[in-house]
Design a protein around this ligand. Structure first.
Ligand code: DI6
Ligand code: FE
Length: 407
């Protein structure tokens, strides 16, 4: 007889297993948890007899995998509401960046903010994600741009996990912009990242993956290739901000390093998509940045579908191009702006987001053996999770079988 710590009954379950029909639905289902893992999931009528255990009837509510935000810059000092107003008068993001504003103004603010203050402001944004059912959040560095401050950001990101119950994955984004100390000398900056910043951050256990910004206002493919070689020699997976503002060969570069994901991709060519398909990399789409920048060039969604490139969706929460602290809003935007289906959106913040973090073996779908990260919703069908904008129907959130939130 199975012994469970927790049994959820009287639920409709969207398992999000890719090969189990739309949403992987099990109507009138049940889900058993032992030692923080899912040990049984199926129709309630097939439940085996069992020892007594804590049982929770969900009264016909829907259950999905807890959501995953696989691309955020959640930790930063200050904000850029002033720049936001400037952009509304017609000054472009690139012009502001070239004038020393943009990312570099957040670098100054982040360097001048203490770890405690960074934790406080990021925790507010993290709670905003969690109360909509997000249990795993990727957080990048990239606003420190020197050894001390990149490590400070990563330590802050790691510490957010303990205080929230949310699982945090970190990405080293030292190659986000050229810092003022290295102006005109991006090659030396990359060398410093490879020889000092990255190895030290890895030595402290602060890095789960290495990311970079491949763009004509940031780093070239050659520079990033050097960083990615350093990442590989440290056994770290890579991912890339690719082809966001121009086709700069980012997707192809990412694919050549078997990247977990390539992100943004508005300007990616068919060749770039084919390379991602061959490498098994995930395309992470970021509709919040598309919206905020008033972008009109659409990512090649039809070609992703044709080539079976998995599509994830994330907030890209950052103070410049995506002040978005709602993954549910990103799902809705992805339907409106990119014409993704509600099922693609939900897969994009569960199964495919897990894949984009290299965590699909552990979460992202509801199946036995995976961590019991479960969201319970007051909805009539999972398509509603992409339909409503600004309505929060989360009832409960479980992480590793423990309830971390109830509304
Ligand atoms: N692409 C983005 O959208 C963000 N970083 C990046 O590489 C923007 C970051 C910022 O403007 O602060
Ligand atoms: Fe980003």
């Amino acid at each position: 007889m199975p012994a469970w710590d927790l049994l959820l009954t009287n639920a409709h379950i969207a398992t999000m297993q890719g090969n189990h029909g739309a949403y992987g639905v099990i109507e009138n289902g049940a889900l058993g948890v032992a030692d923080g893992k899912i040990t049984w999931v199926g129709p309630e009528s097939e439940l085996p007899s069992r020892d007594d255990c804590k049982t929770l009837s969900l009264n016909g509510r829907w259950v999905t995998p807890a959501l995953i935000d696989c691309h955020t810059h959640l930790v930063f000092g200050g904000n850029r509401a002033e720049e936001f107003e400037q952009r509304l008068t017609g000054i472009s993001y690139q012009e502001i960046a070239k004038g020393g504003g943009g990312i570099l103004s957040t670098v100054t603010a982040t360097r001048n903010t203490s770890p405690d203050e960074l934790i406080k402001s990021a925790a507010v944004r993290l709670q905003s994600l969690a109360r909509e059912g997000v249990a795993t959040v990727e957080i990048k560095s990239g606003y420190g741009l020197d050894v001390e401050n990149e490590l400070k950001m990563l330590r802050v990101a790691r510490s957010l996990s303990g205080s929230s119950g949310i699982s945090i994955r970190t990405s080293f984004l030292g190659a986000h912009a050229v810092p003022p100390e290295y102006e005109g000398n991006a090659d030396s900056y990359i060398e410093m990242l490879c020889k000092e910043a990255l190895p030290q951050a890895v030595g402290e256990g602060l890095v789960d993956a290495v990311d970079a910004y491949c763009e004509n206002i940031a780093f070239s493919t050659d520079q990033i290739a050097r960083l990615f070689e350093a990442a590989q020699s440290l056994n770290l997976p890579v991912k890339l901000h690719a082809d966001q503002l121009s086709d700069s060969g980012g997707a192809k570069l990412a694919a050549s390093f078997q990247a977990l994901s390539a992100d943004h991709l508005e300007y990616t060519s068919k060749e770039g998509v084919t390379a991602l398909a061959d490498a098994g990399s995930v395309a992470v789409l970021l509709p919040g940045a598309f919206l905020t920048l008033g972008e009109t060039h659409l990512p090649p969604v039809d070609i992703f579908r044709e080539k079976n490139v998995p599509i994830a969706i994330a907030t890209d929460c950052n103070p410049g191009t995506s002040p978005v602290c709602s993954l549910r809003a990103a799902m809705n935007l992805a339907t409106a702006l990119f014409r993704l289906t509600p099922e693609e959106c939900l897969a994009g913040v569960t199964r495919e987001a897990a894949r984009a973090l290299g965590l699909l073996h552990d979460r992202g779908t509801l199946e036995t053996g995976k961590r019991a990260d479960v969201a319970v919703w007051n909805i009539g069908h999972p398509r509603e999770l992409s339909y409503w904008l600004g309505l929060n129907e989360l009832a409960q959130l479980f992480v590793g079988g423990h309830e971390v939130l109830r509304r």
